[in-house]
Design a protein around this ligand. Structure first.
Ligand SMILES: Nc1ncnc2c1ncn2[C@@H]1O[C@H](COP(=O)(O)OP(=O)(O)O)[C@@H](O)[C@H]1O
Ligand SMILES: [Mg+2]
Length: 251
């Protein structure tokens, strides 16, 4: 059984038909990178996986359970899914350690001592054991993003969603975050990653999905989709992102 299975997913915002019939699975242990132009619906797709956005049509199954069903225990399904955003969304008034324990004690009802032990372990995994007492403002963007990853991992997720986790970072801080993500992938974590880091996608992804205008245009192993794309739309997109002299217009 797939960890996530999406069938004929449609999502509109008003008259803006953003997702136009997405069929898509993520297998246990798989690393899937989603690429595509800005506005193509990548974030919306990710947000539908844990029902942060409610689709108008279609189903989302998490380990076989239809989470779009009204009778589904959505909180339980969501607990299996960790999410890391472009903006780190840490609590500024809480220490790094407390950022990583608060959901454990409130949502999972773990004891403070158990939660702290787990938080220390996950902070160690992302290379931040020496920052447990720091506050987010005292950290670099890359360190804050690694705290956000540790916070998600502290909840023992079956799946990690990443939405452009390195896009807000200064270039020299991107590598540390990608290193942590690469390690997670090697440890067998199931990951769905929206990214513009083509080198990362090529190296780490089991499968790359190219989206444009609310549909999946093509998907397959990175060597095919990035290395030898079949579709003209994919080739056009890759030319733009891989051309270092190309500057994205500001929206
Ligand atoms: N909460 C929202 N309300 C209205 N429109 C939205 C909302 N979220 C996304 N959109 C629109 O949906 C389209 C796809 O957005 P998004 O999924 O963020 O694309 P991507 O992540 O690929 O850049 C865009 O036109 C965007 O303006
Ligand atoms: Mg997005």
């Amino acid at each position: 059984m797939a960890l996530v299975e999406i069938q004929n997913l449609h999502k509109s915002f008003g008259s803006n038909h953003v997702l136009r019939g997405i069929d898509f699975t993520v297998e246990e242990g798989e690393v899937v990178c989603v690429i595509g132009p800005s506005g193509s619906g990548k974030s919306t797709l990710l947000r539908c996986v844990n029902l942060l956005e409610v689709p108008q049509q279609g189903q989302v199954f998490v380990r076989g359970e239809d989470i779009t069903d009204r009778d589904c225990h959505l909180d339980a399904a969501r607990q299996q899914i960790g999410m890391v955003f472009q903006q780190f969304n840490l609590f500024p008034h809480l220490s790094v350690l407390d950022n990583c324990t608060v959901a454990q004690t409130t949502v999972l009802k773990r004891s403070k001592a158990a939660a702290e032990q787990i938080a220390r372990d996950t902070l160690d995994r992302v290379g931040l054991s020496d920052k447990v007492s720091a506050y987010p403002m005292q950290l670099s963007g890359g360190q804050q993003q690694r705290v956000a990853i540790a916070r998600a991992l502290s909840m023992d997720p079956a799946l990690m969603l990443f939405d452009e986790p390195t896009s807000a970072l200064d270039p020299e801080l991107v590598g540390d975050v990608l290193t942590v993500m690469r390690k997670l992938a090697l440890d067998g974590m199931t990951m769905l990653v929206v990214t513009h880091e083509m080198a990362f996608a090529r190296e780490v992804a089991d499968r790359v999905v190219f989206m444009d205008a609310g549909v999946i245009v093509e998907q397959g192993p990175p060597a095919e989709v990035i290395g030898n794309p079949k579709e003209e739309r994919t080739r056009t997109f890759l030319r733009r992102v891989l051309d270092p002299t190309h500057v994205e217009p500001t929206p």
